[in-house]
Design a binder for this molecule. Structure first.
Ligand code: SG4
Ligand code: ZN
Length: 265
């Protein structure tokens, strides 16, 4: 029997706070973004990214999602709301049981089918992602909404390898080089605010940048995500999702006193 956190009734987001006190904090993520309440930034708050496909090395099944890990410091993000340079560490995805919900952030209460997260850490101020995750400006996560539509070719390089990481803790090398630039929408307008990791330990260390424009992925690609197992190969204990990662989004939390800003481009 696993006592790990997850997304079911026994180990889901409502239960996290008992083991992860940060989950009860005042700057938690995700949030519902209300465009009427945001403060518009001037457009020189432009983001700059430089991604090196060769730094993407391995894909793994964490039991909660798939994740692609990045090696070295070649992939960088700066500008926008960021005061320092941030380095890409990994990217992963969130989704739901059906295509009508699955994103973590919502816009006016509206869900998207999924949300891709590109996790960066502040390498100017901190010496590791672990150290960065203990500081309020430690991480920057780029969020990209996924909506059902045509097949996403770049994401398909990940999807094609998911059958090799069907079970929790399995991993394999990336075969085709993946360029994270191709995950970002054409329009780089975004919302930004100060929040947290959306999974335990829910540390309040993230500058969130959520792109306004979604990108399209196919229904088959979303289905492939739902076929991942949340259990290890030898584990026989099944939950209400029969051991599949059918959903892995945390519900939205109060914005509270925080300011959400918008950059139109
Ligand atoms: C996923 O569970 C990733 O696999 C985690 O990556 C990640 O934690 C976690 O999501 C939270 O990230 O962008 N959704 S989020 O807030 O990046 C971290 C690892 O465990 C620390 C490496
Ligand atoms: Zn995430």
């Amino acid at each position: 029997m696993t006592l790990d956190w997850g997304y079911g009734p026994k180990n889901g987001p409502q239960t996290w706070v008992s083991h992860f006190p940060d989950a009860a904090g005042q700057r938690q993520s995700p949030i519902d973004i209300k465009p009427v309440d945001v403060k518009v930034l001037n457009s020189n708050a432009k983001l700059h990214w430089k991604y090196e496909p060769e730094t993407l090395t391995e894909i793994s099944n964490t039991g909660a999602a798939w994740r692609v890990d990045v090696k070295g410091k070649g992939s960088e993000l700066r500008g926008g709301p960021l005061l320092d340079e941030y380095v890409l560490n990994q990217f992963h995805c969130h989704w739901g049981e059906s295509n009508d919900r699955g994103s973590e952030h919502t816009i006016n209460g509206q869900y998207f089918a999924g949300e891709l997260h590109l996790v960066h850490w502040n390498s100017a101020k901190y010496s590791s992602i672990q150290e960065a995750a203990n500081n309020p400006d430690g991480l920057c996560v780029l969020g990209v909404f996924l909506k059902p539509g045509k097949k996403h070719e770049e994401l398909d390089k990940v999807v094609k390898q998911l059958n090799k990481v069907q079970y929790k803790n399995q991993c394999c090398r990336i075969l085709e080089s993946i360029d994270p630039t191709n995950f970002l929408p054409l329009n780089s307008g975004y919302y930004t605010y100060h929040g947290s990791l959306t999974t335990p330990p829910c540390s309040e260390c993230v500058v969130w940048i959520v792109f306004k424009e979604p990108v399209e992925v196919s229904i088959e690609q979303l289905e492939a995500f739902r076929n991942l197992k949340s259990l290890c190969k030898e584990e026989k204990c099944y939950d209400e999702y029969d051991g599949f990662v059918k959903r892995n989004f945390r519900p939205t939390l109060p914005v509270g006193q925080r300011e959400v800003k918008e950059c139109r481009q």
